[in-house]
Ligand binder design. Sequence first.
Ligand code: DAH
Length: 340
Amino acid sequence: MSEMIREILVAAAGEVEAAADERVLKEVEVKYLGKKGLVTGLMNRMRELTPAERPGFGKSVNEAKDTIQRQIDSRRNGLKAQVLMKEVADPFYDPTLPGLPEVEGSLHPLTVITQELEEIFRSMGFIIPDYPEAESEFFNFEALNIPSDHPARDMQDTFWLKDGNLLRTHTSPGQVRAMREFAPPFRAIFPGKVYRYEAVDASHEHTFHQVEGLMVDREVSVANLIHSMKVLLGRIFKRDVKIRLRPGYFPFVEPGFELDIECAVCGGKGCSVCKKSGWVELLPCGLVHPNVIRFGGLDPTEWHGWAFGLGLSRLVMMKYQVNDIRHLMGGDLRFLEQFR
Ligand code: DAH
């Protein structure tokens, strides 16, 4: 048996020395030290020995294994060095050339703005509850004072699911869910993806992002709402943004407003994003309709609220002057890499 070990050692040493590159060396390594290798195979022959011979034999096999492994490692280092020396000796080899740049990922601009908003609102005492993307007709429409025969349903073309539910067409369903879940007074925001079955163009996507805001308290006024929206916009844009307020109709608020900001892409001159008007609808808002408060399980004579639905995709476009909404979800690296 020990004769066999010696023979294997001699053969292995010869093959290791003869291995001309790392690939061949790997084959030699597998042949001797692999799971089904020759050295490993020796251990299986332990049975043929007397109990007294076994410990000594086991020790020799382990030593042989270590020896061969050391020879292989040293040969591998030698081969690596040879390859390197050859490269260095090449007359065209230029060690002063800059290395390859490391490709580093980055956060999507929508993620960056969402995190920024969450930070701003958290600091003002808002909570950020979770709520479903596949929503029931009840929470998406009914409870928001949009019964099935209401024309407002046509304004939000809907992706219906086979089970009768739908992909939420806006973040507003979060309002009623929160009213049912949390004891008033409370403030909450609901960032998230929303879906609409519509033709895609420079300012419309089937999948886009909104942030809903809701404050429920005993005393809530329009003045309070407008002030809050101004503070919010100032903190988002970190500068004075020109705004205008128009009356707006949404079934779930009364009164309702459309808050527009001056288009930052063209500076108010008119472009494809603002449809040549110089203004962009960014922040519809209003006082929560008593019916909605009631659907939320609260008494509208006691509790009032304001709400807004911020167009997050629009906001990103304004902030970074992106002129086509399709860039946002398009996944084109040439676009995304600009936000490193
Ligand atoms: N949910 C509306 C939409 O997607 C936006 C909206 C308007 C939300 C007014 C509100 C609001 O909270 O008060 O078109």
